[in-house]
Design a protein around this ligand. Sequence first.
Ligand SMILES: Nc1nc2c(c(=O)[nH]1)N[C@H]1C(S)=C(S)[C@@H](COP(=O)(O)OP(=O)(O)OC[C@H]3O[C@@H](n4cnc5c(=O)[nH]c(N)nc54)[C@H](O)[C@@H]3O)O[C@H]1N2
Ligand SMILES: Nc1nc2c(c(=O)[nH]1)N[C@H]1C(S)=C(S)[C@@H](COP(=O)(O)OP(=O)(O)OC[C@H]3O[C@@H](n4cnc5c(=O)[nH]c(N)nc54)[C@H](O)[C@@H]3O)O[C@H]1N2
Ligand code: SF4
Ligand SMILES: [Mo]
Length: 674
Amino acid sequence: MGVVEQKSFCRVCGSACGIIVETDGEQVVRVRADEEHAITAGYTCPKGRNLPQDHHREDRLEVPMIREDGVLRPTSWDHVLDDLGAKLKRIIDESGPSGVGLFTGGGGYLDASGHLSWQAFKNGIATPSVYSDLTIDSVAKLVVSELVTGFPGLMSRADIERCKLVIFMGTNPVISHGHTWTLSSPTASLRAMRQRGTEVWVIDPRKTETAQRADRYLASRPSTDYAILGYLIRELLIEGADRAFIEQHAQGAEKLQAAVERFTLSHASALSGVAEADLRDLLASVRKAGGSVAVDTGTGITMSRPGNVTQWLSWCLMIITGSMDREGGSWFSPGNIVGMDKMDVPPAPETGWGLPGPQSRPEMKAVGGEFPCAAMPDEIAAGNLRAMVVFGGNIEVCLPQTTRSYEALKKLEVMATFDVRPTRTTDASTHILPTKDQLERADMTYVTDMYFPVISTQYTPAMVEPVGDRKAYWWVLGQLGKRMGVDFFPGLDVDTATDDTVMAYITRDSELDFEQLRSARHVSRPPVFGWVQRYVDEKIGGWRLAPSPLLEQLEGLGALEGAEPAAFTLIPRRQRYHENSKMLDLRDKPYVYLNEADAQTVGVAEGAKVRVSNANGSVERFVKIDDTLRRGAINVPHGWSDEINVNRLTGTQDVDSISGMVRYSGLPVSLEAV
Ligand SMILES: Nc1nc2c(c(=O)[nH]1)N[C@H]1C(S)=C(S)[C@@H](COP(=O)(O)OP(=O)(O)OC[C@H]3O[C@@H](n4cnc5c(=O)[nH]c(N)nc54)[C@H](O)[C@@H]3O)O[C@H]1N2
Ligand SMILES: Nc1nc2c(c(=O)[nH]1)N[C@H]1C(S)=C(S)[C@@H](COP(=O)(O)OP(=O)(O)OC[C@H]3O[C@@H](n4cnc5c(=O)[nH]c(N)nc54)[C@H](O)[C@@H]3O)O[C@H]1N2
Ligand code: SF4
Ligand SMILES: [Mo]
């Protein structure tokens, strides 16, 4: 047949790099970077280039499976859907919709029809038992958006083309490609930023690959970033803040000023472990940049105990310097498909919505319409949650306190999982629903539509035919709906639909013209500024600088500030060659990374086995010496299953009081040689 080349885009992570896929019949031969791509211009990472191997992996799921008499067996779609539909219907009849829950992970929301499907499922059966990566990843950003602007789900990002000062805090885009924002072609982007005269600072307990390419690096002690921000805000409110802007567009400045009063230079320096001279330099850079400052945060912030507070203060820094939602500062992508700027949203009160959370955890609230993942085992134990439908998540790996969470999942009456390969999660499932992988489906950037450095939407046709019996998400859910008597996609005929008509359906109410997208493959426009500013001015009378729930959390942190830091603190880290639990077979190893001096204290050398433990459990792995880590900070990267899963150390009780977010960063642990 000969090799055919087609343009597509990668969906292993949210960065959506433009790729060229070379196929020979149904054989995917090679994936390489698309040099002509308007945003990613010739960049891919090893994970994207590994797509052919991933597509052809030997153990891929090709047919539906069902557990009968305790054994998982291959079956037909008719049988698996008849059985699943009947069981879900019965549970809803007996326990109400909340008895059936759902989880959405990276294998769900990075597929446009997967994202449509989990939302359709949630709305179709009207269950409040909604779980996703949100509450084990980035929920602090939602909390802050709601409290400061009244608008849910706003994620700020640097206007990288024009910003004078960018501070990356708790994020390592050179490896991760960004958090709720992407830095495409990260190394080239950083170089270009600095050539344009942008000053780049990195604050992180590890001198990361990003820090190594920055102008300045501050090695902060884990979970103390809020003190650095508190100091900057304290000094700026004395000199350097945009007073006229604050007068006109913000509220609560006095309360904020009082709240950060304790962060003198010496207090901030003592707490964060960053030298006073470095903090003074940072302050000088912020003052010099005027209204052109951006702070981009990542999981190092959102997973830490002070996550909400740090995220909030990072916004305050941008607001009081007049940098927020301003050209040259930080901006909010409304997205072409979601079109947030056109949404008519009633503002959340200054205390947030505080919607009821899971019954078995009365202290928890729902944030962003979801229950905290940490509640799942309690909900199952209480009998409130009897079935789970998992839309592309590997919940054995990603949930806190594996031993407890995984045992709970096995007790579910029904666990139906959409995936493309076997995992410990599919092992524990009652129904396995194999969906088309990314090379087998036509697709578009849907969730990630708002993550790019410009406003950008991409489309791709399918590259190859689906293997085995794999089907699209929308097809599976549509057919399941018929069995349950629920029309999950009103107005869509699921017997005649195609991936393309489903995307047209998704975009039917948006300003994006799907036919135009399909023929152009990529539509993009520059950042827009001022739409959030107009919203906060009109709806709530200016940015809320001092929402009371955040003031309380900041005050609460004060009680911990005198404490002696733990000898060893676990902090998260993304490894280059795998995406969470995907592509673990590529090149990485499940190391424990620690500083040479720390290794000596424990009496271990590179390659030795070490036990990391705390009250939740323990994990044994081999040591990798890494002097980019600050002393006392260690990495036990996530994504790995079974007895080396780092989530054996994390807890379902140690959660944020507002959001229920699990503490994955800043966890005290002890180390010993094995
Ligand atoms: N301790 C600790 N825990 C963590 C983290 C941490 O840093 N530390 N990180 C957290 C974060 S930020 C996140 S986002 C979560 C990630 O948790 P998950 O979202 O569960 O993780 P992934 O491994 O990305 O994969 C999801 C599943 O999707 C499947 N999949 C891949 N492609 C497709 C597809 O095309 N279709 C379908 N149906 N399935 C597909 C994969 O095989 C995999 O089983 O983990 C969280 N857990
Ligand atoms: N290669 C690769 N890329 C990925 C993923 C992957 O698994 N592998 N996962 C994807 C997913 S799901 C997500 S959510 C994103 C996450 O993207 P990022 O948030 O950029 O994730 P990381 O690269 O782990 O960077 C987090 C950084 O926070 C630092 N840190 C930890 N604790 C603290 C703290 O208290 N304060 C400060 N200032 N820093 C701290 C860590 O040292 C680390 O450098 O990455 C995505 N991209
Ligand atoms: S950064 Fe890598 S994994 Fe992410 S979209 Fe690009 S090629 Fe794919
Ligand atoms: Mo994530």
